[in-house]
Design a protein around this ligand. Structure first.
Ligand SMILES: [Zn+2]
Length: 324
């Protein structure tokens, strides 16, 4: 991170962001000119307590962070959270790991616990992309796509220094970009064909080929170890089947990224998530595959995301400074 100020970005006030995760609410305070984070902290998230308790914990964390920073109250609080929301009411419509918040308004809940402070909500992957473009892999870049490789494939799109969410707020579902078609006729019921059916209702989504879960499945069906750290270690040691498999996974990732380039002409991809640690093994295949598919666009940069689990609250803090 840097203390440099970027032209056209707000400066002066401290910004506060919270990132609701499955077990932890992480938060921090940062200067609005993008200087180093002033302080960070966390509170436990628990699916088995009432939503009011979670909102009280979040508010308490925000107040503790403000007190630690010693810069007075922030004008608004930005919150990143996994799930689907009604953006006008802040209601959580669906969230796999936060069932106790579903049907409640997260923005109202946190706001009430903070004496009416303005609260802004955004999807966790989107705020992570916004944080990463601001102060991580996208520093000095106006455009960036974050791709997180974990149990699933998530991500977010930042274009011209602004988070791009689309009118319904659901843009950037990179994991569900289709990269291969359902086989015709007799192959329809083949085991490999079934494996590419996606929970979203589509077929051949990027997530079904390059998520950590998908790679474990692919390794197992090739007779290789499904233990990803072990698979990667073997691929780094020897130019054998493990490396060949991860090269192919990289090629599949590259096919998905090429589609994003075609749509957005973005040239910086930040790769994060737990399986993002295998980027050194995926990158050659991804670059090869993208080079075959690009159509008149610049040569893209594929980089490791650099902010890790801080990206979410940093992006949420940045979002809190924007008019809603
Ligand atoms: Zn899908």
């Amino acid at each position: 991170m840097t203390g440099q100020s970027e032209p056209g970005r707000p400066s002066g006030r401290p910004l506060i962001g919270l990132d609701f995760g499955g077990t932890t609410i992480k938060g921090g305070v940062i200067a609005s000119d993008g200087a180093e984070p002033i302080c960070t902290g966390s509170a436990p998230f628990d699916q088995n307590v009432p939503s009011t308790e979670i909102y009280t914990r979040a508010a308490k964390l925000a107040l503790e962070l403000e007190s630690k920073a010693g810069l007075g109250p922030a004008e608004a609080i930005g919150v990143g959270c996994a799930g689907l929301f009604n953006r006008s009411t802040g209601e959580v419509l669906a969230s796999a790991n936060m069932q106790n918040l579903v049907g409640t308004s997260l923005t109202d809940g946190v706001s009430k616990a903070l004496s009416g402070r303005h609260v802004v909500i955004e999807n966790d992957a989107n705020v992570a992309a916004y944080g990463e473009q601001w102060l991580g892999a996208g520093l000095h870049e106006r455009d960036l796509v974050l791709v997180t490789l974990g149990t699933g494939v998530g991500g977010g799109v930042v274009l011209e220094d602004k988070l791009f969410t689309g009118p319904g707020g659901n843009a950037g579902e990179i994991g569900h970009v289709v990269i291969c078609q359902r086989p015709a006729n007799s192959d329809y019921d083949a085991p490999y064909a079934k494996e590419l059916e996606c929970a979203c209702g589509s077929y051949g989504c990027l997530e079904r080929l390059v998520s950590a879960t998908a790679v474990m499945r692919r390794a197992k069906s090739s007779g290789l170890t499904p233990d990803l750290p072990d698979l990667c270690a073997r691929a780094r040691e020897t130019d054998g089947e493990e490396r060949a498999l991860l090269h192919q996974v990289g090629r599949d990732l590259g096919a998905g990224l090429a589609t994003l380039i075609t749509l957005f002409d973005v040239n910086v991809f930040a790769i994060g998530g737990g399986f993002g640690a295998a980027l050194d093994l995926l990158k050659p295949g991804a670059e090869e595959s993208m080079a075959e598919r690009r159509y008149g666009t610049r040569e893209p940069k594929i980089m490791a995301a650099t902010l890790g689990s801080d990206a979410g609250w940093i992006g949420a803090a940045r979002l809190s400074a924007e008019p809603s």
